[in-house]
Unconditional design. Structure first.
Length: 279
């Protein structure tokens, strides 16, 4: 279980913004933080990583406190056992693919972990190449492999696919999902792409102006159903059905309690119509 309570005053383009985020996350889940630019998504992720300190609050990961304002606890990024994948990948240009992974390998950990990740990411033919010789998709796979070297308790993804084309984006989404499942990771993805968060996440939190305005399962997040009463006129009927005129359209509907309600042609009737919309 991961427990997060964070508050911080941020400087936004329109002045001060009060970030106030609080939720729990079960281990092994894939959470997406969704929202437009300037909503506070990246600042929130940096607080989880220890790159930015909240004004108040706490972060507890699997019963270990990473941050507690009242107790004056603030673990450095290297103490938090996280994997962080940035938008620009931040690979070392003077190192090979293998060298970038070895640099992130914790002391005392066998190098076979590097070989395993190279195999998982299908980087075997590129292990001796330097980043400038790789495509955007290949660089992203290297950066993801490097983020996994420490077997992170929390994998943080800051819009990592924004710089690649549409086709490669779909392929890399599949890579990330496979890695998330194979390594049993707890993953938090930042994205403003509806299709991406719906495809990848188990749960989506919508962040706006630093506040959570919606928190739902991915399958339900973008579908909202509203029941709206609409007036119609009965134009025909039989024992089991009514024909109701609404504007220029006629609708056939079952009779409710056919023996107890005296329906008549020309009578007005209120119908509860369920309207399904997309956010």
């Amino acid at each position: 279980m991961i427990a997060i309570e964070l508050k911080k005053i941020l400087q936004a383009t329109q002045g001060k913004m009060h970030l106030d985020v609080s939720f729990n996350l079960n281990a092994g889940k894939f959470l997406a933080i969704y929202g437009k630019s300037g909503a506070g998504k990246t600042s929130f992720l940096r607080m989880l990583a220890g790159l930015l300190q909240a004004d108040t609050g706490k972060i507890i990961v699997h019963q270990k406190t990473w941050f507690d304002h009242q107790k004056k606890i603030f673990l450095k990024p290297q103490q938090r056992q996280i994997g962080y994948l940035f938008q620009d990948y931040s690979l070392f240009p003077n190192m090979t693919v293998e060298g970038n992974l070895l640099f992130a390998l914790p002391k005392g950990v066998e190098k076979k972990r590097i070989s395993e990740l190279i195999d998982v990411m299908e980087l075997g033919d590129l292990r001796r190449q330097k980043p400038h010789l790789l495509s955007g998709g290949q660089q992203q796979r290297v950066a993801l492999a490097r983020a996994l070297v420490q077997h992170p308790q929390l994998l943080l993804l800051d819009e990592p696919l924004s710089a690649v084309d549409h086709e490669m984006r779909h392929k890399l989404q599949d890579y990330i999902l496979n890695v998330h499942q194979q390594f049993n990771l707890t993953t938090i993805l930042i994205s403003h792409d509806k299709a991406e968060v719906q495809k990848m996440a188990d749960r989506i939190i919508h962040l706006d102006q630093g506040k959570i305005i919606k928190d739902a399962l991915a399958a339900d997040f973008f579908d909202t159903q509203k029941s709206k009463p609409i007036k119609g006129t009965i134009v025909a009927l039989d024992k089991n059905h009514l024909w109701v005129q609404i504007a220029s359209e006629k609708f056939k509907i079952p009779r409710v309690k056919p023996d107890s309600i005296d329906y008549k042609i020309g009578s007005e009737i209120l119908l509860n119509i369920q309207i399904i919309t997309k956010e």
